[in-house]
Design a protein. Structure first.
Lengths: 248, 262
């Protein structure tokens, strides 16, 4: 279970998060929606300690994330970064098996490679991709490799930051299905950031909408269409007119 | 008038505070790096890759600059020495000039150009594309995995590169002196050998170590603290090379003062 308690974060004069309160239950698939630049990525990064909040606490299974043993804590997580964030200095399989090649989860080389190839197959990539370099792959393939890396060490909690952004609709559908399968099959707790409503429908148990630095609405995905919240309404229907200001 | 003075003083004060806090952050970064030297895990593969990049692949450029500099030095000392009727000092002065100053400084500036820039650009790009964040989430400390191997490689490769530069520089002077200035090869070598002391060579190696450390550290520091976007990468690279070059020359002065003003 992940609990955000009154999280604030500013960058200079840019007050991004202004008191976020949110709970994600164990085994639940939570989707965070909201416009670009509302601080969705920042919110997720605060859990992993990549960004320190100015105020507030984050609890994972009741434990304050600033007071845990970092290595053991981080080994419970997998993350798919918005831009993939694959290490371009190493071939695909070493990216996927990165965690399995060093530190507490270190395995013999052959075994690590085998697991990497198995995870690549899981995300629909052929074994011959394993020895290519990330720069040689298309955007969709990079996303899938990144997905494989996120699940390689069988994490309990996975974050997906805009898994379908920049992909064609068919590839988006494939990735959405994959994420749903992985979440169900591995029984993980998942937080997914997206502004793609198809993703929301495929992936989400619950949906939270981030707007102006706070959670504007949070509820079951099935209740989203009848939320009665004008902000959610505008977002779901993709309308230019409404309470959310658009810059034009 | 008075208000203007206050503004000026305030601006100066801010400048000083900024400079001191920047220096403080740098020193903390250096100490943090050094504190990792003896604590596992050690990433051997990264270390050897860094050694290859910092040391081995710098050899051609270091060798060439040293060769030409030693050769030019011999010509200048010969023409300068002739004015005092002492053209025969060429081997001694070339040796001392290369070993005490030019060898280390050339190596320092060359690796600032070659190594600092590439480390800074690589790490800044990793920062901008979230690869550094990804490393952290994969339970790998960037300080250990990225910084330590490179800085250690700088510390080790520095003295070796300087030894190479010293030798090739002296060799450059030797070629010019014996081929065009009419020096006897055997006497030239003998004069060089007899003149250099172990203190000269020791200072040269110490400088190499210090410069290797500075060059790699600056690359890492500015790379990891890069701003966002392509502009951030460019700015980080530029700043790292500037800082490395200036600090190397400042350190060179300090070390010379320490070694040779006893
Ligand atoms: N490291 C940082 N330094 C400065 N500003 C940042 C940083 N990270 C994010 N921001 C700012 O915070 C805001 C939210 O960013 P982000 O969380 O990436 O948005 P999104 O909701 O699209 O994921 C943006 O205005 C961005 O410019
Ligand atoms: Mg984002």
């Amino acid at each position: 279970m992940i609990t955000f308690e009154n999280i604030h974060k500013s960058f200079g004069s840019n007050h991004v998060l202004r008191g976020v309160n949110l709970t994600v239950e164990r085994g639940e698939s939570m989707v965070i929606v909201g416009g670009s630049g509302t601080g969705k990525s920042v919110l997720i990064k605060t859990v992993l300690g990549l960004i320190q909040p100015d105020k507030g606490r984050i609890l994972v299974d009741g434990q304050d994330v600033t007071k845990v043993k970092r290595d053991a804590f981080l080994s419970r997580f997998g993350m798919l970064f918005q831009g993939g964030a694959l290490f371009d200095s190493m071939p695909v399989w070493q990216n996927v098996a990165f965690r399995l090649q060093r530190g507490a989860l270190k395995r013999p080389l052959a075994e690590a490679r085998e697991i990497a190839i198995e995870k690549l197959r899981r995300v629909g990539l052929a074994p011959d991709v394993a020895d290519r370099f990330p720069a040689e792959l298309s955007g969709g393939m990079q996303k899938r490799v990144s997905l494989a890396r996120a699940i390689a060490a069988e994490p309990e909690i996975i974050f997906f930051d805009e898994p379908t952004t920049g992909l064609d609709p068919i590839m988006s559908g494939v990735i959405n299905e994959l994420i749903r399968e992985i979440v169900v099959e591995m029984g993980v707790t998942a937080m997914t950031i997206t502004h793609d409503m198809t993703s929301v429908h495929t992936i989400a148990d619950k949906v939270a909408m981030l707007h102006r630095g706070t959670i504007q609405w949070c509820g079951r995905q099935t209740d989203m269409a009848q939320s009665g919240d004008p902000y959610v309404e505008q977002f779901v229907n993709g309308r230019a007119e409404g309470p959310i200001e658009t810059l034009r | 008038m008075n208000a203007q003075m206050i503004l000026i003083v305030r601006a100066l004060g801010r400048l000083c505070i900024d400079a001191i806090s920047a220096l403080g952050r740098l020193v903390l970064f250096a100490l943090a790096t050094l504190s990792h030297v003896f604590r596992p895990p050690f990433y051997l593969r990264e270390f050897f890759t860094a050694l290859l990049n910092v040391g081995y692949l710098s050899l051609p450029v270091v060798g060439l600059t040293a060769l030409f500099t030693g050769a030019a030095l011999a010509l200048q000392i010969y023409s300068g020495g002739s004015r005092f009727n002492a053209p025969e000092v060429v081997p001694q002065i070339v040796a001392i000039g290369m070993v005490r100053e030019l060898g280390p400084v050339l190596v320092g500036l060359m690796i600032a150009a070659r190594v600092t820039s590439s480390i800074a650009a690589e790490m800044a790009t990793m920062k901008v594309t979230e690869q550094i964040d990804a490393l952290v989430t994969l339970s790998t400390a960037p300080m250990k995995y990225l910084v330590m191997p490179r800085v250690l490689a700088g510390l080790m490769a520095g003295p070796v590169l300087v030894a190479v530069a010293d030798s090739i520089g002296i060799f450059g002077g030797f070629i010019v002196a014996t081929q065009t200035l009419g020096f006897n090869p055997a006497t030239y070598i003998l004069n060089t050998m007899n003149f250099l002391t172990s203190a000269d060579i020791l200072s040269s190696m110490a400088k190499g170590m210090a410069f290797g450390f500075i060059a790699t550290l600056m690359g890492c520091y500015y790379g990891l603290n890069s701003g966002r976007g392509a502009q951030g990468v460019g700015a980080a690279t530029k700043a790292s090379v500037q800082a490395a070059a200036v600090l190397i020359l400042a350190a060179n002065f300090l070390l010379t003062a320490v070694f040779f003003t006893a």
